[in-house]
Design a protein around this ligand. Structure first.
Ligand code: 6LW
Length: 512
């Protein structure tokens, strides 16, 4: 009997999709400006990464809900340069059926500007960048191929959206620039993507800036060069108005559309989960169902807003754990014996430049030329992260850090200097630096450190590793989370060394 029920259930899922719903965000923690493409029932998604190295994380999914990090489009191996500027903004990923190749186009802001990389297999090697040297090509570039194989590039121009034909393998310009739209009056018209559905070319853009005024507008034309007419229900996605004033999700915008392998349509977009006016986790990736109507326009989840719990029909869901399912368990457990995990990043230089795996653990040395820090994204507000470290030398400072890429950071550290040992908590935000220290046993070489994120508040703890009488954590300080927010970035959490060198032998993150 049970077998028959299971077979009926599988048949229903195959016929009608899964009714189990899902939780937003689908990629939590810093994952802004998502762009998505599909080949068969494989979905690939890329996000901005700013000064994180490796750059442009590529995620894979079978259901648009459960995403696994599989690669980076740009690494030190294919020419990543983050030596200047503010790094990788808003990429677009597309699969070109004419040459069976994946393309990622992006702007390395202030360090070469626009470029394209391509690959036959997104989980494998990507080409070196092909640079697009024309300064008229602004941020947020996107690619679209017409049926005859012509490649069109859309991007921001001078407070508007412009388009040009290019050869994506060489960067050669094949047309002049054409103006497409300057939007509907919102600030910063940006994030354009072009689609062909039925007889129309659809141009989707974001306006309002990436903060609380962010929203998405749709336009269409029967000619790819325009003129583009706005949808009657713009903005098609917006949490700006009354409908979403109490919604825990805000700032929704910078979207991409995808037709799923079962014919359903979906939108991925960025949003935030603010604490008041601040969102320390940064901008995250969300998902919404899209419906087309008889007039050839679309609606996003009915009224253009989304919720955390989405009770909608989905694609059949794969068994992979999402962060929401992983709560109450230890989610990352690194004994540091193998490689630096793929989801760890450094700033500007590669994680392998900062940290070396040795038989005893992860070794990091202080540097005058880069930030001696590696970390993984903080993915939710309630988190305990612990590590064990050893400073074998007489002098040194090393610890655990929650890091916003523009330098805002909260540290808890072991400091050894002048024959003494201290635990220090340090909260740095712009010109303000709040430091607390407590003197500990001068012989201390090995220590356990912990940062507990309790949404609005971070708390910093330490305990002796090798003293069986001191099992309890000692709190050394706490700080509001709101100062770790702002700008485009989210947070990484991981080990750092400020002076000398240290060995990290244990690291664990638990989301509660
Ligand atoms: C990106 C722009 C935006 O280039 O933020 O939200 C900028 N949208 O489109 C950086 O992520």
């Amino acid at each position: 009997m049970r077998r028959y029920l299971l077979i009926i259930q599988l048949l229903l899922i195959a016929l009608y999709g899964s009714a189990q719903g899902y939780k937003n965000p689908v990629i939590s923690g810093m994952a802004p400006d998502p762009s998505v493409c599909r080949v068969g029932d494989d979905y690939y998604l890329v996000t901005s990464s700013f000064i994180q190295n490796p750059a442009l994380p590529i995620y894979h999914s079978k259901d648009l809900i459960n995403w696994e990090l599989i690669n980076y489009a740009v690494t030190d191996q294919n020419g990543l340069d983050l030596s200047k500027g503010v790094g990788m903004f808003a990429p677009t990923i597309r699969y070109n059926e004419h040459d069976s190749t994946f393309y990622v186009i992006c702007t390395n802001v202030g360090c070469g500007q626009n470029f394209i990389v391509h690959s036959k297999h997104p989980d494998s090697t990507w080409s070196n960048p092909v640079w697009l040297t024309n300064p008229r090509i602004g941020i947020d570039p996107s690619l679209f191929w017409t049926d005859d194989g012509t490649c069109y590039l859309q991007c921001t121009g001078d407070n508007n959206i412009i388009q040009i034909c290019i050869n994506p393998k060489t960067g050669e310009e094949l047309s002049s620039f054409h103006y497409l739209t300057d939007g509907l009056g919102g600030r910063y018209p940006e994030g354009p993507h072009m689609y062909k559905v039925g007889d129309y070319y659809y141009l989707m853009i974001s306006e309002g800036g990436t903060e609380f005024g962010h929203h998405v507008n749709l336009f269409r034309s029967d000619d790819i060069w325009g003129p583009f007419m706005p949808a009657p229900n713009n903005p098609i996605l917006s949490h700006v108005g009354k409908k979403a004033q109490n919604n825990p999700i805000q700032c929704t915008g910078h979207a991409d559309l995808i037709e799923a392998h079962d014919g359903s349509w979906w939108m991925v977009f960025l949003g935030t989960r603010p604490i008041g006016e601040f969102y320390p986790l940064g901008r995250e990736t969300f998902l919404a169902p899209v419906e087309w109507n008889n007039n050839g326009w679309l609606t996003v989840n009915g009224n253009g807003t989304v919720s955390e719990q989405m009770n909608v029909k989905t694609l059949p869901q794969t068994a992979k754990e999402s962060i929401s399912q992983r709560k109450n368990s230890i989610t990352s457990l690194y004994g540091f014996h193998h490689e630096i995990p793929e989801d760890w990043n450094a700033y500007r230089v590669s994680p392998q430049t900062v940290a070396q795996i040795t038989p005893d653990g992860l070794e990091i040395k202080a540097s005058n030329t880069y930030d001696a820090f590696v970390g993984t994204r903080q993915q939710d507000y309630y988190m305990d992260v612990e590590l064990k470290l050893e400073i074998a030398d007489w002098e040194g400072e090393a610890g655990l850090c929650v890091h916003h890429d523009d330098g805002k950071r909260y540290n808890v550290a072991l400091v050894r200097e002048n024959g003494q040992a201290f635990v220090k908590s340090e909260c740095l935000f712009n010109s303000v630096n709040q430091v607390k220290t407590t003197e500990i046993d001068a012989k201390t070489h090995v220590i356990d450190l912990k940062i507990s994120s309790q949404k609005e508040l971070y708390k910093f703890y330490w305990k002796y590793s090798d003293n069986p009488n001191s099992k309890e954590w000692n709190e050394i300080g706490q700080m509001d989370a709101q100062f770790l927010a702002g700008g485009f970035s989210g947070l990484l959490v991981g080990p750092y060394v400020k002076k000398g060198k240290a060995l990290f032998t244990w690291f664990t993150i638990k989301y509660k």
